[in-house]
Design a protein around this ligand. Sequence first.
Ligand SMILES: [Ca+2]
Length: 93
Amino acid sequence: METPLEKALATLVLTFHKYSGREGNKFTLSKRELKELVKNELALGEKMKAGGINQLMETLDKNKDEEIDFKEYTGFLSALCMTYNDFFQQDAK
Ligand SMILES: [Ca+2]
């Protein structure tokens, strides 16, 4: 049986592919695909303006090819995990 962590990992991977396959390269996120992912899958996405997406894209796109590959996406997940952890630690105080 799948453990909660395994389930979470599958969700992280499947969410990437759910959006990366929409246009252009099937294995990378274009800016539009990244925007859709953030908007639909994260509560903060609702509040994010166009400038925020541009900035996020610039931060994540380490090799500057205007696409977010899976490795670059893991950088995003890592930053999100850190934020969640900070949130839990603050909540525990
Ligand atoms: Ca890239």
